[in-house]
Design a binder for this molecule. Structure first.
Ligand SMILES: [Zn+2]
Length: 259
């Protein structure tokens, strides 16, 4: 973790204020939204770098506002995964190691598979339409930036978590997964590459619609393999079934063992 450099932060924030205000064509409706936009753009532009501390009082002084809207803005950035809260140390720009990403993937395979299965069990015509619309938006997307593409991708996954009907499952996923999306989007942005794949979500929709040959766990692993090698490394599936194969429909529970 980098040390705190107030001098550099001061300079960067005042530069950021000038540059972003003139470049920004959005019209924030509230102070909080304004702060969120400016801080988000500064993180994307790497004026705040991964691991930099987002000091609440320092930012409040620089923006000439009280700490409350800054705190609220940082909380919103945390929900988007761009900022991470370290207890007793404060807020920092997202910094995840490869190992962190793979551990979150291990969690996603298990918990999102559960969400997919719950979503399938509770599916209504309205939720089917909601998911289909999202998949079609992604398939036709020309997202302007990696962050926009990541937001659309996350919107689909969040819809699945929400449609699981288990608010605690949804909360756990919402507290851990957005930072993975944000990390990846920042990596892609800094490499100046348009890489974010959005076309492959129909396979997850097929699981929800009961049209897939894959179990929910297998579909999640396949989904994550598009971007990671061995995304199952930190889940028990790496031990139970290193190479997931299609099973008989209805046998997906067999993929998780508690022995
Ligand atoms: Zn996805």
């Amino acid at each position: 973790m980098r040390g705190l450099n107030y001098g550099r932060l001061n300079t960067e924030i005042s530069q950021m204020s000038n540059v972003i205000t003139s470049a920004n064509d959005r019209t924030p409706t509230t102070l909080k939204a304004h702060l969120v936009t400016r801080l988000r753009d500064a993180i994307i532009a790497r004026r705040f770098k991964p691991g930099d501390r987002m000091n609440e009082s320092q930012l409040a002084r620089q923006f000439g506002v009280s700490r409350i809207p800054v705190r609220e803005a940082l909380q919103q950035l945390q929900e988007q995964g761009l900022v991470m809260n370290h207890p007793r140390r404060g807020m920092f720009v997202n910094i995840l190691s490869d190992d962190d990403c793979q551990q979150i993937n291990g969690l996603r395979i298990i918990l999102e598979a559960e969400a997919l299965k719950l979503c399938r069990a509770r599916l209504t015509a309205a939720s089917e339409k909601q998911l289909l619309d999202l998949v079609e938006r992604m398939e036709n997307s020309n997202a302007g930036s990696e962050i926009d593409a990541a937001a659309l991708d996350l919107e689909f996954h969040r819809a699945i978590w929400n449609l699981s009907g288990n608010t605690y499952l949804e909360k756990v996923l919402n507290s851990q997964v957005p930072m993975l999306f944000a990390h990846q989007a920042l990596e892609y942005t800094s490499n100046n590459e348009k890489l974010w794949p959005l076309y492959h979500h129909r396979q997850l929709l097929d699981v929800v619609l009961g049209k897939s040959e894959q179990t929910a766990e297998e579909a999640m692993i396949a989904h994550l393999r598009l971007r990671y090698t061995n995304p199952e490394r930190y889940s028990s599936l790496a031990y139970a079934s290193p190479k997931p194969q299609a099973r008989e429909p209805g046998d997906e529970a067999g993929a998780i063992r508690r022995d």
